[in-house]
Write a protein that binds this ligand. Structure first.
Ligand code: PLP
Length: 451
């Protein structure tokens, strides 16, 4: 009894003072306060258990509560609790080497603390690179509408989701946006490959119209995740990569969500044969969310421009906590487990055999399209298949709420465009058991079929 009273006081104090990221005015909201987690499940302060079908914020690749990862952090903290990366420390050196090996080419990695910072770092590297290679006029960045690249002002400027930006604009000058490869609702028609290639063509047109001597880089996720799980054909990624090369526009691949196995490959770009991005940014699954870490991996040819004899060409950028020794040790352990447990193959297989069962929902009147790759799945919800009118926010909230009542947390795209937040998102931990996946399938099926 005593414990119950103490607990509820703690909760009241926490929720009344905490400003959480999804806060909206809602006097009836019952905040969930998590206290523990194991595998794909977390438990709230009242003892309710929920399967986390969105892996926190798409970051819990190995799920909650892995003892080995906690031990790796503790061991590192005892050994060397902090060290700045204005010098080197052993876990960061080892991790940078491992990242280069995983990317399949020679890359040099700059560490930070989050996905937003990893992208900010990339933008600064790109501008300085062009500056130091005789192209100081190349300063513009192009990204796609619906993309999310982070919350800080530069990353937000690359984020092309109207609702996220409206009260913070104007953004940083020099960020442009182009049409996404979104064949379900495209001015280029519904044939996925043809429509996607035309979207790529639009990128080329934009580079030409802007003046190739002004365009610095194109940033993309291989599969738009937060903007509604938009999955282009592999040919789109290949074509975009060719266009970037043609105009000396660096290709920044944002693998913050798709990295470390989420899509059934170690990195999402690896679905498109022959593509090797100039820069790869990552965070989230790099540590499975156990500690914050961001990374910006750049091709060694680019790094060389910052490291030239007799020139003061170094990158004037520093991060106090970026590449924290404990975070790097956690990332190394995380990657070791992903490799030892063959998580990437598992995601590829179970994505097909288990989550693939949700394809059948396409026969439901409100499901316009089922889009999925690995453990990343989106259900585009509509009022009817002919008009494709997006299901309204309250209906979408109802689906998410009913799943939660049944013990399953799922997501939906948030602040893309007014009236177009109609994609249900499912992205469970990559270590989810087959029973966990069955639970997701049954719950989502029963909630949607009850609409
Ligand atoms: N890039 C993508 C594709 C993301 O989804 C996110 C976050 O959701 C970010 C970047 C920003 O990452 P962070 O929240 O760690 O700053």
């Amino acid at each position: 009894m005593g414990t119950a009273i103490e607990k509820s006081k703690v909760v009241e104090k926490t929720t009344s003072r905490l400003w959480n990221a999804m806060h909206r005015y809602n006097p009836d909201a019952q905040p969930t306060v998590a206290v523990s987690g194991e595998g794909s499940w977390f438990t709230d302060e009242e003892g309710n258990k929920y399967l986390d079908g969105v892996s926190g914020l798409w970051c819990l690749n190995l799920g909650y509560g892995r003892q080995e990862i906690a031990d790796a952090a503790a061991e590192q903290m005892k050994k060397l609790s902090y060290f700045p990366l204005t010098m080197n420390h052993q876990p960061a050196v080892e991790l940078a080497g491992k990242i280069s090996e995983l990317l399949g080419a020679s890359y040099q990695t700059f560490f930070s603390n989050s996905g937003s910072e990893a992208n900010e770092t990339a933008f600064k590297i790109v501008r300085q690179y062009h500056n130091q290679t005789g192209n100081p006029g190349k300063y513009k960045f192009i990204s796609r509408y619906r993309a999310y690249h982070g919350s800080t002002l530069g990353a937000l400027s690359a984020t092309a989701q109207a609702n996220r930006r409206v009260k913070y604009d104007p953004g940083v000058p020099g960020f442009l946006h182009v049409y996404p490869p979104y064949s379900y609702r495209s001015i280029f028609g519904e044939d996925p490959e043809e429509s996607d290639l035309k979207a790529a063509q639009m990128l080329e047109e934009m580079i030409i119209w802007e003046g190739e001597e002004t365009v610095a880089a194109f940033i993309m996720e291989p599969f738009i995740s937060g903007g509604g799980v938009i999955i282009p054909s592999n040919k789109y990624i290949q074509r975009v990569s060719e266009i970037c090369k043609k105009y000396n526009v660096l290709l920044i691949m944002d693998e913050v969500v798709s990295g470390y196995g989420r899509t059934g490959k170690m990195f999402g770009f690896m679905h498109a044969e022959g593509v090797q991005p100039d820069i790869v940014t990552m965070a989230k699954g790099l540590t499975s969310g156990y500690l914050p870490l961001g990374a910006t991996a750049v091709k060694s040819e680019i790094y060389d421009v910052f490291n030239q004899e007799g020139k003061d060409n170094h990158f004037r950028h520093v991060s106090t906590y970026g590449g924290h020794p404990a975070a790097c040790a956690v990332a190394l352990k995380n990657i070791e487990i992903i490799e030892n447990e063959k998580i990437v193959d598992r995601v590829h297989e179970l994505g097909e055999t288990k989550l693939g069962k949700l394809d059948q929902l396409i026969d439901h009147k409100n499901v316009g399209e089922v889009r999925r790759v690995g453990f990343l799945l989106g259900l585009e919800m509509v009022t009817d298949k002919q008009s494709k009118t997006p299901l309204d926010d309250s209906k979408m909230g109802e689906i998410v709420g009913k799943c939660k009542q049944k013990g399953l947390i799922i997501g939906k795209n948030g602040d893309t465009v007014p009236g177009q937040n109609n994609v249900i998102i499912i992205a469970p931990p990559l270590s989810s058991t087959e029973e966990d996946l069955d639970f997701i399938i049954e719950t989502v099926n029963s909630v949607i079929r009850s609409l």
